[in-house]
Design a protein around this ligand. Structure first.
Ligand SMILES: [Mn+2]
Length: 347
């Protein structure tokens, strides 16, 4: 068994040409970067550096603490952090190539960063697995919604460009971490046997997948565990005869449990452990702006992305999506209940 080529011969040539023409490259991930955004960026950047490019990774805002162990993540610039803004802006202005990884629209960056990217004269390319990529603003779009993760796509692209042999253990580690976190440690979105072929190729680079798992999933604070206990015990509600779950929490509650970025990562998945529960919605007050962050998870054909688009100004994958509301948490809860009611028959 071998990997099916991702790129056509023509695409491969176009990509090689695009890389050949560029010296200074900026690699971008989406706002509130997750393991896949960071992993794909680190993996792709390593390859570009091997080609002799000068590479800067820019993320709109900080990554959660549980990703900060990733090799070379200390060099990432965070546009929202004052100490990094000027350097990030300069790198984008001076870049001749901007690579957009793990997001499909420039608007997925935060407002000011999106504007800086739009203004830059650099050529732009995308490697992503979200539905509906904006192809108009890109010189090249490598978009495969069927892929487990952008990190998987980055691996395939590097491999097809002949870069596998030079991939380091750190690069392999970043790519593995991105694939792992976007598939819930290979429990969803990962039935393609080739995913495991790629894992084998990454293991051959000497990565310790068990340690990567522990670094991501078993490294939390006591507060975080108690926060989850509180949410599941006190806040979780079921609707539609147990087929839908809803949790919501305030800034106050986050403060009480000394919430740090990433502490709620995965919380929205928990209600799906209950037999018969097919949709889970989590609402939280944003800590930085006046907005309600919405996460949705579903199973089988329940279209969480459609619900996110219809009720929460969002979208995403069929079974994992998100959105944002500009209202009070109480109003957001009412909207979520309406959404559950409307989709009751599909649950
Ligand atoms: Mn992703």
């Amino acid at each position: 068994m071998t990997l099916t080529p991702l790129l056509s011969p023509l695409e491969l040539m176009q990509l090689m040409q695009l890389l050949k023409e560029s010296k200074r490259v900026v690699v971008l991930g989406h706002a509130s970067p997750d393991g896949d955004a960071l992993g794909s960026a680190l993996g792709w950047s390593e390859y570009l550096r091997h080609l002799g490019k000068q590479v800067t990774i820019v993320m709109p805002n900080a990554v959660p603490d549980f990703l900060k162990w990733m090799p070379n993540s200390q060099y990432v610039l965070y546009f929202a952090e004052e100490k990094d803004t000027a350097a990030a802006r300069k790198a984008i202005q001076e870049a001749d190539l901007i690579c957009c990884l793990d997001f499909n629209l420039i608007s997925r960056l935060r407002d000011e960063l999106a504007a800086v990217v739009e203004k830059s004269k650099a050529q732009r390319m995308m490697i992503d697995h979200h539905l509906g990529p904006d192809t108009t603003k890109m010189k090249m779009v490598i978009s495969h919604p069927e892929a487990s993760s952008a990190s998987e796509l980055v691996f395939r692209v590097i491999n097809e460009l002949g870069g596998y042999d030079n991939m380091s253990r750190s690069g392999a580690c970043a790519i593995y971490c991105g694939m792992m976190t976007d598939t819930g440690a290979f429990t969803f979105n990962s039935n393609n046997p080739e995913v495991f072929l790629i894992i084998a190729m990454l293991l051959a680079k000497g990565i310790d997948k068990d340690k990567i798992y522990r670094n991501v999933y078993n490294c939390f604070s006591q507060n975080r565990l108690r926060f989850w206990g509180y949410m599941l015990h006190e806040k979780l509600q079921f609707f539609a005869g147990g087929k839908a779950a809803l949790m919501a929490y305030t800034r106050e509650e986050m403060k009480e449990y000394k919430y740090i970025r990433g502490d709620a990562e995965g919380l929205v998945n928990q209600p799906l452990q209950v037999k018969g529960c097919r949709l889970s919605i989590c609402l939280r007050e944003d800590t930085e702006v006046d907005a309600i962050r919405v996460s949705l998870r579903s199973v089988d054909e329940v279209p969480s992305n459609q619900i996110a688009a219809e009720f929460f100004n969002g979208g995403g994958h069929l079974n994992a999506s998100g959105g944002e509301l500009r209202c009070s948490l109480e109003e957001a809860i009412a909207i979520a209940q309406q959404a559950i009611e409307k989709y009751r028959d599909m649950l």
